[in-house]
Design a protein around this ligand. Structure first.
Ligand SMILES: C[S@@+](CC[C@H](N)C(=O)[O-])C[C@H]1O[C@@H](n2cnc3c(N)ncnc32)[C@H](O)[C@@H]1O
Length: 239
């Protein structure tokens, strides 16, 4: 049985009106994974040992539509330069990357397996003297506002989720916290969050992976997505 056959069968099941809500959720998630699997397998055919021929010095992981000039962009979906499932490893050679950047990516891969694997892979590919910059939604930001009540909830919602169709469902600050920790896992457009991070967790993760220093990174809108400046936390790690 191939992944394509399974995908066709799932699509057929999803079309049937008798398919229950819970099963449909699970099937949609499986379809997404089958898509990533299909793309990744195609790339692996070109580079069976999991390393591309080139050795780009500047690399962005999980940039989505936010491409950075001068960077080689790797993502599971277009419009990246390389479509690759990073949970399978970083497809680059040891000690070759001078600048590895990601923002609002790490929380979308499972913890501990994939997140720790990513941190170890980042350490492996980084050239001596290079840096790994990582930004994520700052879970501490929303949690520190919880004890003071709901006053900030509407502002936070507008800034984070103003363009989405979830606003009817967030009535209290705890609903907002739930969104930060899970995101819209029932909406096919959005990727769920698998783990929440703050500064300390990022430091611990990259230190455990072997980095010698992990410091706060000063937001640079030439590289980072300007819409991420507010309420995100970034660190820069070096070997
Ligand atoms: C929330 S978007 C962030 C996009 C961009 N960095 C930004 O801040 O606007 C998360 C990105 O991570 C990518 N991503 C999630 N899981 C991935 C994986 N396993 N391998 C590669 N990319 C992945 C998604 O395709 C998506 O482009």
């Amino acid at each position: 049985m191939t992944a394509d056959t399974v995908a066709e069968q799932i699509a057929e099941l999803l079309r049937q009106p008798t398919t229950t809500h819970g099963l449909a959720r699970a099937l949609r998630a499986a379809l997404k994974e089958l898509d990533v699997h299909r793309t990744h397998t195609a790339a692996l055919k070109a580079w069976p040992d999991g390393r591309i021929d080139d050795a780009p010095r500047k690399v962005q992981i999980g940039g989505g539509a936010h491409r950075i000039d001068g960077y080689f962009n790797i993502d599971a979906v277009p419009p990246a330069d390389l479509l690759w499932d990073i949970r399978e490893g970083i497809p680059l050679h040891d000690n070759t990357v001078h600048d590895l950047f990601s923002e609002h990516f790490l929380e979308h891969i499972d913890y501990p397996n994939s997140a720790k694997h990513y941190a170890r892979e980042a350490h492996r590919v980084l050239a001596p003297g290079g840096r790994v910059v990582t930004g994520v939604p700052d879970a501490g930001f929303v949690l520190t506002r919880y004890p003071s009540g709901d006053a900030d909830t509407r502002t936070l919602l507008k800034k984070w989720y103003g363009k989405r169709d979830c606003l009817d469902h967030i009535n209290t600050h705890l609903d907002l916290i739930n969104y930060v920790f899970r995101d819209q896992d029932d909406d096919p457009v959005y990727h769920p969050h698998y783990w929440a991070y703050d500064h300390d967790k990022l430091v611990q993760l990259f230190t455990e992976a072997g980095f010698a220093t992990v410091e706060p990174w000063e937001f640079d809108p030439q590289i980072a997505n300007p819409k991420r400046e507010w309420a995100s936390v970034y660190v820069v790690a070096a070997k």
